[in-house]
Each structure stands twice: as structure tokens, then as C-alpha cells.
Design a protein around this ligand. Structure first.
Ligand code: GDP
Length: 445
């Protein structure tokens, strides 16, 4: 038997209503002690809550969810109280006085997982849905919560079991005519599976970009207007704008949304040769961030005589912005055009001070974010943990296909591939993996 746990399910702070939830076998006793007789299952009842000393705490809606038909699979209850911090504290104290324990982060969902209400991938979907800020994040998380990855895993596993049965039949009846024939029949099954695994792996990156944000680096010479542009996009003073070159030394990351997708736009130190140690470190970080970004925006001061160091690696889907078109163009404009053309990068001219120009830049950025993230159906696997396990399974399948007529070895690889897939839904995962997944949850979930 496990402890009975409780926690506020709503965020701390003043609010109209706060929800405190309970789970475990002592929930019924605790509700009776605080609120009198148990309400009917799943029907809200208005009750006066009392503390251990019998003094009233609040009037609350009380909901009773007897297990196993509850979120965690255990007896659960919810107390919907007035959302003041003193009320919530008094309720929590009264529950502790009943011998209940405050839940760890993610403990409700962990119990749901342990009682077979959710698989591990679905539990991750719960966490992602709570974190979701954009439409795309919400859709992706909901799909995962509804079990899309678990269903795919189930299908992939069936293919492995089918191939394994063929190999085992061939091994068990070596004298008959089966072996070569059966092994040949397992091959297309495994090849089709490998194709599906590879495609799921290829889509994980897109899912990670949706979850964590499409990374856009603003790069260019000092004073090109990167900070001005970032502030204009963010509609606030996120970065310091000065006429003194070399002001931005650290990387300033600002989360923004484009067309319903999260993006992280970073202002970086201006690229130039410098003797200043701190600035040089800033330039090094700027280059590293830009190299790892999903897209680079090269900002150029079109009015300048010269433009400092050009960015090292521009990709064809990056963007070149020739800024300060409100000033007379200098030689730097022509130089940047040549450089941009050589890299196959689209060029936009603007003044970061002109609202209409900014709209064009926003549209260009949104187009690239959508092109990168919006393709077709939702990715089934969405995080590094999934990608690693899929890669392990794919590697085993590839190895099984390479064994030709050494069927025992191929069968062992197929078994190991199935184990890797089982870990996606967490059924055979060791405690520390589960601890890691659930500890990233908030308390009360
Ligand atoms: P950063 O070093 O690339 O981040 O450049 P800043 O954004 O700090 O801008 C450097 C200077 O250029 C500041 O004085 C800005 O006000 C100015 N500036 C930025 N954009 C424009 C523009 O479109 N037109 C003009 N005239 N000045 C600009």
C-alpha cells in the first residue's frame, strides 16, 4: 500500500479558485474528516471544510473519484476552495494533520503510470501539454497524451514479434525445408519496419523544435542594428541599443511566436576582430550559437563603409537583412549583396526603425519557421529519449538484416530491438529513468 498524497493542483498566488487534490487509500477518511460524509462519486458537493480543531476553514466544492476510475487509478478527491494563499495553507495543514503527505513533483502522474492509466510517452505528453504556450506545442502534446507514440510502438513491436516467430520456426525445425524460405519472408517485414523507424527518427528534430522553439540567431558586425531589430521584434527593450560598438557581449535569447510556433531569437555579440578578452569570448559564443541555430539572420549596416567579419557559414535558407535604408547606402551594401548571393541567401532591405519594414521581416521569418515545422502529420516521437531508443531499435533491426542465414543471431537482435521499443512506453525501465522523467513535472500533477 502506498502513502496517501495531497498537493495544490493550481498555481500559487491569488486566484478565484484553487484546487487541492488527494490520491491514495486514506483519501476517503481525510475527506470525511474535513468535509463530512463523502459526496456521490464524480458529483460536485458544496461543503464546509473544517480544520483538525473543528474550526471552519472555507466553503468548498468537493469531488470524490473512487479508484480505479480516477486519474491515478487510486481513490482520489479534489477540493475546490477559494484561491487565497491562507485558505490553501489551512487546507494543506488540515490534510497533513490527517497523516497525509505532500506529493513529490509528478507523483500523481507517476501513480497513474504505475497503475497502467498512462504509458511513459503519454506521461511526457501530460508534462508537455502543461508547458505548451503555442498552438503547435499544444497539438503535438495532445497527440502524445492520446497515445500516438504508444500505438506506433505497439505496431512496430508486432512486426518484430512476427519476424521473431519466423526466425524461431526456422531454428526449431532445421531439418525441414523451412529455414531459407522463412528467413526470406522475415526480411520484407523487417525492412518495412526499419523504414518506419528511420522516418520517425527523422521527424524527432522537428518535434524538438516545436517543443523548445525554432532557434534564430541574429549575427553581424557591431552596430549593424541587431539589438534594435530584436527589440522591435520583441516589442520591448530586451537588448541594450547604443551607438557604441561591441555592447552586446553575452547572448540574449528572447522567446517569440511566429504563426503559432515558438521561436527563440538571439542577439549575439557583433562579429569583429578584437583585443578585448571579454568581447572576444562574446564573439566565440556568438559563432557557436549561430552554428547550432536552426536559422541565421545576417544583419548588415548598409550605410557603413565596411562591414567587419562576414558570418562563417550561411545556409541557403538563412536571411540577409541590409539595415539602415533610411540613411545613404555605403560600400557595405554592395559587399553584402555579393556575399549573400554567393551563399544563395535571400536579401531584404529595411530600416529597423520603420514599422512597415519590420512587418516584412516578421513575415519572412514566419515563412521559414512554418516551412521548417509545419510539414504534414504530427511527429510521433518528440524527444531525445525517444530518438535514442528508436535509433537503438533501428540499429538492431539493421544488424538482424545483415545476418543472412545465421538465424539465432538475427533473432537475438530482433529481441533486443523489441526491448528498446518497450522502453519508449517505460514498461521495463529502471527506477532512475522514471525518476528523471517524473521529476521534471510540477507539484500537483
Ligand atoms: P548592434 O550592435 O548590431 O546590436 O546594433 P544596435 O541595434 O545597438 O544599433 C547600433 C546603432 O544603430 C544604434 O545607435 C541604433 O539606434 C542605430 N540603428 C539601428 N537600426 C537603424 C536604422 O534602421 N536606421 C538608423 N538610422 N539607425 C539605426
Amino acid at each position: 500500500m502506498t502513502d496517501t498524497i495531497f498537493a495544490p493542483a493550481t498555481a500559487a498566488g491569488r486566484a478565484a479558485v484553487a484546487v487541492v487534490r488527494l490520491s491514495g487509500s486514506d483519501s476517503a477518511g481525510a475527506v470525511r474528516a474535513l468535509a463530512g460524509a463523502l459526496p456521490q462519486p464524480r458529483v460536485a458537493a458544496l461543503r464546509a471544510l473544517k480544520g483538525a480543531d473543528g474550526a471552519p476553514i472555507d466553503k468548498a466544492l468537493v469531488l470524490w473519484f473512487p479508484g480505479p476510475a480516477s486519474y491515478t487509478g487510486e481513490d482520489c478527491a479534489e477540493l475546490h476552495v477559494h484561491g487565497g494563499s491562507a485558505v490553501v495553507s489551512a487546507v494543506l495543514e488540515a490534510l497533513a494533520a490527517q497523516g497525509l503527505r505532500l506529493a513529490e513533483p509528478g507523483e500523481f502522474t507517476r501513480r497513474a503510470f504505475e497503475n497502467g492509466k498512462l504509458d511513459l510517452a503519454q506521461a511526457e505528453g501530460v508534462a508537455d501539454l502543461i508547458e505548451a504556450e503555442t498552438e503547435a506545442q499544444r497539438r503535438q502534446a495532445l497527440d502524445q497524451l492520446e497515445g500516438a507514440l504508444g500505438q506506433a510502438q505497439h505496431r512496430w513491436r508486432e512486426a518484430l514479434v512476427e519476424a521473431l516467430a519466423m526466425f524461431e520456426a526456422a531454428v526449431d525445425f532445421p531439418d525441414e525445408e523451412v529455414p531459407a524460405d522463412v528467413a526470406a519472408r522475415a526480411r520484407p517485414v523487417l525492412e518495412a519496419l526499419l523504414g518506419e523507424l528511420e522516418s520517425a527518427i527523422a521527424h524527432v528534430k522537428r518535434a524538438e523544435q516545436v517543443r523548445e522553439g525554432f532557434r534564430i540567431a541574429l549575427i553581424g558586425a557591431p552596430n549593424a542594428g541587431k539589438s534594435t531589430l530584436l527589440n522591435a521584434l520583441a516589442r520591448r527593450e530586451a537588448a541594450i541599443v547604443t551607438a557604441t560598438p561591441g555592447t552586446t557581449r553575452d547572448i540574449i535569447e528572447v522567446p517569440l511566436q511566429f504563426a503559432g510556433y515558438k521561436a527563440v531569437v538571439a542577439d549575439t555579440a557583433g562579429l569583429r576582430e578584437t583585443a578585448d578578452e571579454i568581447e572576444a569570448e562574446g564573439v566565440r559564443r556568438a559563432k557557436a550559437w549561430a552554428a547550432g541555430a536552426d536559422m541565421r539572420v545576417w544583419v548588415v549596416d548598409g550605410s557603413a563603409e565596411e562591414g567587419g567579419l562576414p558570418p562563417e557559414a550561411l545556409h541557403p535558407h538563412d536571411l540577409c537583412l541590409i539595415n539602415k535604408t533610411d540613411l545613404a547606402p555605403g560600400p557595405n551594401t554592395g559587399r553584402a549583396l555579393v556575399e549573400a548571393r554567393a551563399s544563395g541567401v535571400e536579401v531584404l532591405r529595411l530600416s529597423a526603425r520603420a514599422a512597415a519594414d519590420l512587418a516584412a521581416v516578421e513575415a519572412a521569418l514566419a515563412r521559414r519557421v512554418v516551412d521548417a515545422l509545419a510539414g504534414g502529420e504530427l511527429p510521433t516521437a518528440t524527444r531525445l529519449r525517444h530518438r535514442e531508443l528508436l535509433a537503438e531499435a533501428a540499429g538492431r533491426v539493421r544488424s538482424a538484416l545483415g545476418f543472412e542465414d545465421r538465424l539465432e543471431l538475427a533473432a537475438e537482435d530482433v529481441r533486443l530491438a523489441a526491448r528498446a521499443l518497450d522502453r519508449i512506453t517505460g514498461r521495463i525501465d529502471p527506477e532512475d529513468v522514471l525518476d528523471r522523467v517524473f521529476s521534471s513535472f510540477c507539484i500537483g500533477k
